[in-house]
Design a protein around this ligand. Structure first.
Ligand code: NAG
Ligand code: NAG
Length: 190
């Protein structure tokens, strides 16, 4: 009787621990099968449009800064923030949430405080993209009107993604540090 009860508990625990399988499948064998079969799939082109909201001190925080600075290498050089910003379908902060962008940005140019190195994971939560991610790593000269960053990879529906994210400020409150950035992303993936 005790053995049966233990077996029952074991099964319940195992069932609870089983991953929820997406249409791609998530086990190592499923992944290999997907890679071997991807030649039969046509490459897809997906366009995404959303807004990202960065509230300085709230959704993004300064985590590192150089201690000593000189006029040649002022204090902003090396300033690094970490962010977890909401992504929305429309430009308003309260419009529909479609995901989050989590990552780091650093002031990476000695003479230009506004030139950033961005390392970002876009984590989508909406509809068919729920649970899928895109990784964007690149150079972001924030004061230029049109900027583009490379999409270097993805997961879920975006496996083997590569593409480009174009961005521009929709709104930027310089003293307050609130920014809303419009993103147009185009990616090829299988
Ligand atoms: C996204 O997936 C998570 C985890 O599977 C689930 O809890 C959530 O309800 C889903 N969200 C939407 C909008 O479908
Ligand atoms: C920045 O945005 C937050 C949230 O929307 C708001 O509470 C805050 O007042 C804004 N700050 C400024 C300076 O606009």
């Amino acid at each position: 009787m005790a053995k049966l009860a233990l077996l029952f508990i074991f099964c319940v625990v195992v069932a609870a621990a089983l991953p929820v399988f997406s249409s791609n499948g998530q086990g190592a064998e499923d992944l290999e099968k997907w890679f071997r079969g991807k030649g039969q799939n046509t490459e897809k082109l997906t366009k995404l449009h959303f807004y990202y909201h960065d509230l300085r001190g709230k959704t993004s925080v300064l985590v590192a800064q150089q201690q000593n600075s000189s006029p040649k290498s002022p204090k902003f050089f090396g300033m690094t923030s970490i962010m977890d910003d909401p992504l929305t379908a429309g430009p308003e902060f309260k419009s529909k949430l479609v995901g989050r962008v989590q990552g780091l940005f650093s002031s990476s140019a000695i003479n230009e405080p506004s030139h950033l190195l961005c390392v970002m994971n876009f984590v989508f939560t909406d509809d068919k993209y729920n649970g899928s991610t895109l990784t964007v790593v690149g150079y972001n000269p924030t004061l230029q009107k049109h900027r583009e960053l490379p999409v270097v990879g993805g997961t879920g529906v975006f496996r083997l993604a590569r593409g480009v994210a174009q961005l521009k400020f929709f709104y930027f409150d310089v003293p307050g540090g609130n920014a809303t950035v419009e993103y147009n992303v185009i990616v090829q993936h299988y």
